[in-house]
Ligand binder design. Structure first.
Ligand SMILES: CC(C)(COP(=O)(O)OP(=O)(O)OC[C@H]1O[C@@H](n2cnc3c(N)ncnc32)[C@H](O)[C@@H]1OP(=O)(O)O)[C@@H](O)C(=O)NCCC(=O)NCCS
Length: 117
């Protein structure tokens, strides 16, 4: 349910921006998907961001920041005060973006194993 709300927030913001700019009718300039999760890793409830994308044609105009603000406002209204995400270490673009939003390394590390080996 929360993820659907996050998607809606993203689609709505993107739609409003496109409409205001007159760039396209009925389109989506970007989206963000997230939800509040409260059962994992022994962590207190926190907001997770799962998916984030702005159409390349509309990047570097503040849309990503607006989507982030909309979703974190939703997280706060849901009673959590931490937002988390996961990204590739070598993805400099998304790393730069999340750094710009104030995210830093958290207290958890990811562990994984290739089950085909
Ligand atoms: C990351 C992304 C969402 C940023 O969206 P955006 O609308 O361009 O972001 P903003 O315009 O709000 O930029 C905010 C800050 O992000 C950083 N940033 C954005 N684009 C950047 C770039 N090309 N290079 C370096 N930093 C960048 C800057 O710090 C910027 O602040 P500034 O404008 O004061 O310099 C967008 O580039 C994107 O969709 N990338 C692909 C996402 C992806 O790989 N998703 C899959 C994993 S979920």
């Amino acid at each position: 349910m929360a993820a659907l709300i996050g998607l809606f927030v993203g689609a709505f913001v993107g739609h409003m921006l496109w409409r205001d700019w007159g760039a396209a009718l009925g389109g989506v300039a970007g989206f963000v998907i997230g939800e509040v999760r409260d059962w994992e890793f022994g962590s207190p409830p926190c907001g997770w961001i799962f998916g984030f994308d702005v159409d390349p044609e509309f990047r570097e105009r503040g849309i990503g920041s607006m989507l982030f603000d909309a979703l974190t406002t939703f997280f706060r209204s849901s009673g959590v005060n931490t937002v988390r995400t996961m990204l590739r270490r070598d993805d400099n673009l998304i790393m730069s973006f999340f750094r710009s939003q104030g995210l830093t390394a958290g207290p958890f590390i990811e562990l994984e194993k290739n089950l085909d080996e």
